[in-house]
Design a protein around this ligand. Structure first.
Ligand SMILES: [Mg+2]
Ligand SMILES: [Zn+2]
Length: 264
């Protein structure tokens, strides 16, 4: 599967850069453990250092987990779920976080639950923007979140489209939602227990990808969520409910006893 190879390459390049260019801010920080070792107060400072040095390190905090005990993840769709839906968002400047999302992610980070974005980006296949632009968009996203003490542990994207575009991006793949390839890859790479995880999104394809991977799912009414909710089969898709925000979906997930399904 052609998933996330650019992010992997980028993370590796950055690691090499760091090894070859040691700086005071990185003293004592090894491998991918930057955030885990640095701790919360140092996080913003380290982000600053990384931002000055080059691209933000996207991969990092999950290397301390015990591989014998898998942990749950909060899977998030990107557009319309984390940030305001813009038709084929193609510039970092177009990013606008939805209200309370950063606060929610920060709280989930503190619980030791992995936070993973899985996003279809067929705009790449269609030639609307190149892959390096997407990386710049995700750097800004991480930076905006870091300002509120929140982080995404890893971002997976599908650049493909089955019929549009040219070259290697025009492909029938396993990563494009509603298929579950990105979630399954995250599970194997990050040690995630899919059956204890939640997928939140604003389209039915998000929920299908989550349910297909064995996760519970929640629909948010941001983005395309309201129109999605109208035609949604609430008895399938392992749906825990429909919520106005990611925060309310996560609260219901973590505390099922207080689960209330919001009416859109
Ligand atoms: Mg969406
Ligand atoms: Zn794909």
């Amino acid at each position: 599967m052609a998933i996330c190879r650019t992010l992997e390459l980028r993370a590796r390049q950055q690691s090499d850069y760091r090894d070859q260019n040691p700086k005071p801010g990185w003293a004592g920080i090894s491998g991918w453990d930057l955030f885990g070792i640095a701790g919360r107060e140092k996080l913003a400072h380290d982000f600053d250092n990384l931002a000055k040095a080059g691209p933000l390190l996207i991969r990092s905090p999950l290397t301390n987990f015990d591989s014998r005990s898998l942990r749950p993840a909060l899977f998030l769709d990107r557009d319309g779920t984390v940030n305001v839906e813009v038709h084929y968002l193609s510039q970092p400047e177009q990013l606008e976080l939805l209200p309370t999302v950063a606060k929610t992610i920060s709280a989930v980070n503190a619980l030791g639950i992995a936070v993973v974005i899985v996003t279809n980006q067929a705009g790449i296949a269609r030639g609307y923007f190149p892959e390096h632009r997407l990386l710049a968009i995700h750097e800004r996203l991480q930076r905006m979140l870091s300002e509120q003490n929140a982080r995404i542990d890893r971002i997976y994207f599908c650049p493909h489209h089955p019929t549009a575009g040219q070259g290697p991006y025009k492909a029938v793949c396993e990563c494009r939602k509603p298929l579950s390839g990105m979630l399954r890859q995250a599970a194997s790479e990050l040690g995630i227990d899919l059956n204890r995880s939640l997928m939140v999104g604003d389209r039915e394809s998000d929920l299908q990808a989550g349910a297909g991977a064995g996760c519970q799912t929640a629909l948010v009414t941001t983005g395309y969520g309201l129109e999605t909710s109208v035609a949604l089969d609430r008895n399938s898709l392992s749906l825990i409910g429909v919520y106005p925000t990611v925060g309310e979906a996560v609260a219901a997930w973590l505390n099922p006893a207080s689960n209330q399904v919001a009416s859109p």
